[in-house]
Each structure stands twice: as C-alpha cells, then as structure tokens.
Design a protein around this ligand. Sequence first.
Ligand code: ADP
Ligand code: MG
Length: 561
Amino acid sequence: ENKKETLGFQTEVKQMLHLMVHSLYSNREIFLRELVSNASDAIDKLRFAALDNPALLKQDPHPSIRIGVDEQKQLITISDDGIGMTRSEVIEHLGTIAKSGTKEFFAHLSGDQQKDAQLIGQFGVGFYSAFIVADKVTVITRKAGDPADAATMWESSGEGEFTVENTTRDHFGTDVILSIKSEDRDLVSKYRIRNILQKYSDHISTPILMGKDEYKEDKLIETGEWEAVNQGSAIWARPKSEITEDQYKEFFHHLSHDSSDPLCWTHNKVEGRNEYIQLLYVPSTVPYDLWDRESVHGLKLYVKRVFIMDDSSKLLPRYLRFIRGVIDSEDLPLNVSREILQQTRDLRVIRDGTTKRVLSMLEDLAANRAADYDKFWAMFGNVLKEGLGEDPSNKDRIAKLLRFVSTSSEGKPSVTLEGYISRMKTGQNSVYYVTGETTEAAAKSPLLELFRKKDIEVLLLSGPIDEWMTQFMTEFDGKQLVNIAKGDLDLGELSDAEEKEEKAKVQTEYQPLVERFKESLGDEVEDVRMTLRLTDSPACIVTDPNALNPAFVRMMRAAGQ
Ligand code: ADP
Ligand code: MG
C-alpha cells in the first residue's frame, strides 16, 4: 500500500499523550533518554537478527546513534542504524500501547508528577514522551532487509491522529525528528543536548554521535565530522575501578526504567569453566508487576555483549524476580535459538551462580546496612519467602534472611531465627510460632497466655504466605518450628513437675465435663481436651497436628484448588 493514511490513536494513547503533555513537563528531559534508549534497543535487535542473517550488518557494520540539533529549524533528530520498522509495525508500535499493563498504568497514577513520570518508563510508553517537548514528531524508518523505497514516514502532532505514508531511506534504521515547541527552544542547543546525553546515556553500549564543531577565527563552525558523546562500551564489561557510583546508578535507571536509585548492587566477573559477568541490582521501589507471575523483564542476558533475551525466569528463580541487571556470558553459543539456549547446561550453571550471588548480596546488606535491609524486607520479604519452597538447596540461607515479628519485637519485623534461638529459655527445644490473619491478630491469640506467663518468645506469623511457608520450614538449625495452635502442645522440660501433677489431677476431675462437651458438640469437633495452656480464657480452638493450616486451606480454596 502506497498511499497516505490518517489513523486515530488508540484511546489509551490519547490519554497517555494528554498526561505527558500536561503533567510531565517538569521532567521534560526524559524524552531524550527514552528515544535514545529505543535507538539502542533497535540496534541490539539488529545485532541479534544478524546472528542468523549476517547480511543485515553489511551496510553499517558498526551501527551508531546520531543526534542532530538544527538551531535554525528548531529540530532535534535522533537517528539509529537499528532494526527499523515496517509500515504495519509503525502503525502498531506508534499508534497503540501494546503492553498489557496499560490499564494498570492508569490505575497507578498518583497525580504526583515525579512518581507518574517514573511510571511512564516502567510501563514502556517511552516513545510518546517526545510530545512533552515537540509539537510535531516525524518518524522515518526502514526495516532491516527491506528495499530503500519500502520505508515509512509516520507523522503526528500528538492530538489524536497520525499519518503514515511511503517514503525512501538510504540505510536500514530510524530517524525520529522532533519539531520543538516554542516554549522549549532552550533545549535546541548542542551544548544542552550534549549535557543531557552525558547525564543519561553514558552507559549505552552503542556510540552516540554528535556533529563536531570547531572554532575558526572566533566563529563556531560545523566540521562535518561526528564525535562520540559517550564511551560507547558496555558498562558491565568495564573494570569496576573505572565505573563511578553515578554511572552504576544511571545504568540501573536505564535498565529498570526506575528513576529512584538502587538499594544495592554487585558487579562480578566469574572466571573458570563458565565465564560470565554479573551486574545485579536490588531496586528501592516495588515494580508494579511484582505479583504478576507472567512478568519477565528484569535480568537481561547478553552473550559477548550481544543482547539475547530478557527473560529473567531462565536466569534466576521466581523468588528473586525483583532483581534487575545484566548477565553477559563468554561461552554460550551466539548463534543458537532462544529455545535451545534455554536448555543448555551452561545456562543452569549461570542461574545457580547468580542465585548464590544474589543471596550473598542480601546477606551483606543485612549484615552491614541494617536500615536498608529493613527497607528491602518491607518491599520484597514476602517474595523471598517463596524461595523456601522453590529453592530447597538454598533453604538455610534464605531462612537466615527472614525477619519476623515476635511477642518481644514490639510489632517490628526485626527478629531473625538465629536471634530467636540465642534467646531461647533453658529447656526450650523448639521455635514457637502462632499464626493469624495479621500479626496484630496473632498477638491477641489466647494461646499465647501461657507463653507470656513463662516469658517464652513466640513468632507472630500472618497471612497465607506465612502459612504456606511453614509447610516448608519445619526446622532451623536443629530446632523444630512448632505451631502453638496444634494439638496437645508438649512444652517438655519447660513445664515443671508441679504442672504435670496438676494436669493429671485436673484431667480426672473434669473428665465428666469433657464427655458432656463431646456429646453436645458431636461431629462439629474432632476432639475435646483438657488443657493448662490457658490462663485467662476459658477455651480455645486448636487444630490437628497433621491437618493443613486453616489459612492455607482458605488460600487454596481461593486459588480454586
Ligand atoms: P518500549 O521501548 O518500552 O517498548 P516505547 O514506547 O519506547 O516502548 O516504544 C514502543 C515500540 O516502538 C518499541 O517497542 C519498538 O518496537 C518501537 N520503536 C520505537 N523506537 C524505535 C526505533 N528507533 N527503532 C525501531 N523500533 C522502535
Ligand atoms: Mg522505549
């Protein structure tokens, strides 16, 4: 099809554009970061496609991103030698929001410009940020492999409609031409643009070029040459000593679309039979899709600097899905399909090594930066707990990273299992816990009366995840974890001789009463027993030691099982 078409944006795009233009103004510089990041992604995709079809890299063996600033015409142009788009891809990618998260995006908007700007990146709607500063955007793109006259021109003023028509382009790749709004004319300066690029894009592994100017007889003139604004090498492949904190942070922002700084990171070169680089970050905000089991982004796999995939589930277990970063392997075969790659043994070795590295990073954080670990725990603690079931080989390390509220922690999740054990009373052989809908509810359990009297600490667990967790964590460091609600709890050496005697006496004395209870309650209960565990309450309900937890049963029912 050759003719010019006028098409309408998808409703969500219109809403998004409205939001961009009206509320993200204080963050207007982000347009450049987003467009450069798209250019860089497009070049990554071309390099990947060229693994199967090397001819695609013949035209531009060293693809680059070029930024043009035309002060006369008030244009800023972002050009790349990347994969490009076909006409139908242009319509799809630059007319709709393909991401499933769009509805959630609107649900998450807070009205706070700073926060909403962060969300925009997270939801992958970066391209539209061009309209923060441009009153007209023109995209000229040619898909790699297509003939020169099969290029497409897309144009829009961001007001509900866009046009597409056929055009020609010499090389594969894309130009995004921004006609800058009059109120943003201050941006149309090579000096400004260079500064913004240096701030946001230094870690981009593709060279970003700008026209080189020179002074001749006191006048600045264009030389017609290009010069690189960034280092143009992958940040993770550089020696640690040459990377500044700010560069690490900026790379995290790029990678995660999260504008807050990471909580911590670790950067290592793993040597040996499997050689690879790990650069792993813990974010300091909760990703919107943390609980979406289908979410994949997070960790990117590269092979010798070539981007292969960003499906973190192949690189890390699910319970570490909050981790962001890059793995770059020296040994994995470059020219294999993603499907084959997923089955190679080397990938499993990388996955195990990376899991251990993340656990060490968390251990380090817990040991040396307690306040930050508390932050981590509040955000990702419930996800980490999944590891007890998912990753039996690292169960002990995970268990040590857990934090609990207990009867002596004043509502704060500050108790470790090791700490609990160090405070155990003489004669105490088990770690005791009680469960409830919330920790506050658990703290009110009448079952705690006896423990309070004897000054024995009890962990207060809450919610379905904790219930689930107790199925997998039955002991720690040789000590049983015991639910105080289960059956006839034997406190062993903790109950003194006097109590034992009293129990025997009471048992016979009240046997007739127990029988009467049993009779009248009939099938509604399994058993009725005497207990000395209560000091203030007359009765309480306990469960069979072999039965499933009630909250767990509720959760399974809710999950349709
Ligand atoms: P995201 O980058 O998160 O996918 P964007 O809104 O930034 O979201 O871009 C939408 C899509 O448009 C991209 O996924 C890509 O398919 C396409 N696209 C944008 N810019 C380019 C480009 N320079 N070259 C090729 N494709 C591009
Ligand atoms: Mg993008």
